[in-house]
Design a protein around this ligand. Structure first.
Ligand code: ZN
Ligand code: ZN
Length: 287
């Protein structure tokens, strides 16, 4: 079975046990398909880090790059943007009218997605707000479409950059060793080792199981978790020191393939529960 067939099958299994996710997964499953297909078209030179700079970064436990340094294959990203707008127009009732409008704006050259992509990479919130205002589209929708479109290029860059991490000691910090963004999800592999998934570049890195993944606090009465009886594969870890939460997927309890982006969407109820208890996860705000 190839990746796309596997993705379809896995989404189907999730929907069978949690029918409430049918609509949103029908949309995201197609988004992930478009992204997978886009990977084939992406042509990017590797991001080079000079040896001296690399040494400084290693010594100070800094991420390899700043997110603004990710390279984007513009042609592939614009195509993905149009494809995702079209999918949203068909499959996501809540997003469809703005999606239709954005697709039209791009094809009529009334709006240049490059400015959107660049604002996301550079974290220029003011520019994002300006674009959203100009187009009269909610900021979160615009950012979502933009991010989903550049995500395949970001993944390609991150995979190339991973070679710089080989042989390096594990970073015991709560941020991505490639790009410095926060993890949106943790998972335990078949040996019970904990890994984190970057919310921005999808890099996965090993982290200790003890304590909070963000602030590293490890006091007994500060660290809690909750889970739902009927979903043994998920846990939500809560930290009373930094008031953050992270969703944890235990692959030993799963009867399906693990696609982090799929599980992230299929566990939005856990984010709601954690937020209701007063905890946040900035890495998950986009979903
Ligand atoms: Zn990252
Ligand atoms: Zn914490």
């Amino acid at each position: 079975m190839n990746t796309l067939e596997q993705l379809n099958k896995t989404a189907g299994m999730i929907v069978n046990s949690r029918p409430a996710y049918r609509e949103i997964l029908d949309f995201y499953k197609e988004v992930f398909r478009v992204q997978e297909e886009s990977l084939k078209d992406i042509r990017l030179p590797p991001v080079i880090i000079e040896p001296d700079l690399l040494k400084i970064k290693q010594k100070n436990e800094l991420p390899l790059i700043d997110p603004s340094e990710f390279l984007i294959d513009l042609k592939a990203a614009v195509q993905t943007f149009e494809d995702i707008c079209e999918l949203a127009a068909e499959l996501a009732p809540g997003l469809s009218s703005n999606a239709r409008f954005l697709k039209k704006a791009v094809s009529e050259k009334a709006f240049d997605p490059e400015s959107l992509f660049s604002a996301i990479l550079n974290g220029h919130d003011k520019t994002l707000q300006d674009i959203a205002q100009l187009l009269d589209v909610p900021l979160n929708e615009l950012s979502l479409f933009g991010y989903l479109s550049i995500s395949p290029s970001i993944r390609v860059c991150a995979e190339q950059l991973e070679t710089y991490l080989s042989g390096m000691p594990e970073l015991q910090k709560g941020y991505c060793p490639v790009c410095g963004n926060l993890p949106d999800m943790a998972f335990l592999d078949m040996e019970g080792r904990q890994h984190l998934n970057c919310s921005f570049c999808c890099h996965k890195w090993k982290s200790g199981r003890m304590g909070c993944v963000f602030c590293r606090n490890n006091e007994k009465d500060m660290q809690h978790y909750f889970f739902n009886e009927e979903e043994k594969e998920y846990q939500v870890k809560l930290c009373d020191h930094c008031k953050r939460f992270i969703k944890l997927v235990d692959l030993r309890q799963m009867d399906r393939e693990f696609f982090p982006n799929l599980e992230k969407i299929a566990t939005l109820h856990l984010d709601i529960q954690a937020r209701e208890k007063g905890y946040i996860n900035e890495g998950n705000e986009k979903a």
